[in-house]
Design a protein around this ligand. Structure first.
Ligand SMILES: [Zn+2]
Length: 394
């Protein structure tokens, strides 16, 4: 290896490790030895308008659909499970990628992409990726919540997350203690948040939601959850989490919230492209309703930063025409990832073109940084906050 080559490589490595994108294997704590969160630093946080943060994850929604809308080549039975393309074409096909994406996710494109900042548009030389090598859900959520990949968590086995998430850390601070919550549709989330240790209230969308103040409306949806047969073993329909979350937020006033939606991934695994698109559109509508509720509420209005992202990509169809339906190491494209941030400390940059590689490992620090807290100081393995996502007030 020539000196120049070595220098280029070293420089690339240091840039990448700054971004937290390609960290070498971190010193892994065995999953059986949970670590306790250490006391946060006492330093005065920098001034922010943000008082609340929300992380919204749509499971396995590809950047291809987010940035370019529906893919016409998947409107077939063989590739997309579409027997008759009339409705999918009418609902989602438009002449340009811009029209297609706005048709698929109108809230994201008319509000988030205008008022916020968006990373990961590979059509504009702006790549994003997961730093973990698996491109599977648990490794992706762990990386998102903790800020680094954990090579010991390879798949979706029920193992308590050995690491402290940024949510658990924020919950240990007096400003947020008891005001952190998670609403999801998957029964693995209590493990990912390590509820045994963290004691965080985590709603899995299947069991009745029982924490905090419970209203008759929540009781009713709890009953619907139990009485509606589940299509998938460990997860429920997105609506079962969304409506509980909306009501719960109104009456319990959290300051740090996780909202996870999973139908996109479930329908994709069934190779049902139309239902995958329907689920993406529904989640976009849910995000809109959440945003509108927050903007009518003095605690949240213009004081809430929301991060929107996915846990992994999916196959890019170079392997086979229906490979979009799956994801993981053996499905090329699954590590491709996107993220958007919107809030009072985020400039209305829109879609960023020609950016350096950004990584899933940067989300945890960005979330904390929106509140003025330095997750990288607490957890040195964590990727740095996304550049340009949170700016100091003038
Ligand atoms: Zn999946």
């Amino acid at each position: 290896m020539s000196f120049t080559k070595m220098f280029v490589l070293l420089a690339a490595c240091s840039i990448a490790s700054l971004a937290g994108a390609f960290q070498s294997t971190p010193a892994a704590t065995p999953p059986t030895q949970p670590a306790a969160p250490t006391k946060p630093a006492d330093a005065e946080p920098p001034a922010r308008k943000t008082r609340n943060v929300i992380l919204c994850i749509i499971d396995g929604l590809r950047w291809q659909e987010l940035f370019t809308g529906a893919d016409e080549s998947l409107f077939t039975e063989a590739a997309g499970g579409v027997k008759n393309d009339a409705s999918v074409r009418a609902n989602y096909w438009r002449a340009t990628p811009e029209d297609r994406r706005e048709t698929l996710m109108p809230f994201f494109w008319s509000v988030v992409a205008k008022d916020g900042i968006v990373f990961g548009d590979r059509t504009r030389n702006a790549p994003g990726r997961v730093a973990n090598e698996y491109s599977v859900s648990y490794p992706g959520y762990l990386e998102t919540f903790c800020g680094f990949p954990e090579p010991l968590i390879k798949d979706n086995k029920r193992i308590m997350n050995p690491h402290v998430t940024v949510f658990e850390w924020l919950n240990s601070m007096k400003d947020y203690n008891g005001r952190v919550a998670a609403f999801t549709t998957w029964d693995l989330f209590p493990w990912i948040f390590n509820v045994e240790r963290s004691k965080l209230p985590v709603d899995d969308g299947i069991q009745p939601c029982k924490f905090g103040r419970i209203t008759p409306r929540i009781e009713f949806i709890n009953r619907l959850r139990a009485e509606t047969p589940r299509r998938w073993g460990g997860s429920h329909f997105d609506s079962m989490a969304f409506h509980v979350m909306m009501e719960w937020v109104e009456v319990n006033r959290p300051r740090v919230l996780f909202f996870g939606q999973g139908e996109t991934d479930e329908w994709a695994h069934e190779t049902d492209y139309e239902k995958y698109l329907d689920a993406a559109r529904r989640t976009d509508q849910y995000w809109k309703e959440l945003w509108e509720m927050l903007q009518k509420d003095p605690q949240y209005k213009d004081q809430t930063t929301i991060i929107f992202t996915c846990d992994h990509g999916r196959g890019d169809n170079t392997k086979s025409p229906d490979d979009w339906s799956n994801h993981g190491k053996t499905h090329p494209g699954s590590d491709q990832w996107w993220v958007a941030v919107m809030g009072p400390d985020t400039p209305p940059t829109g879609v960023v073109g020609d950016h350096e590689m950004v990584a899933q490992s940067q989300v945890a620090a960005t979330l904390a940084w929106a509140l003025g807290h330095d997750w990288c100081k607490q957890e040195p393995r964590a990727g740095k906050p996304l550049e340009g996502a949170i700016v100091e007030p003038k």
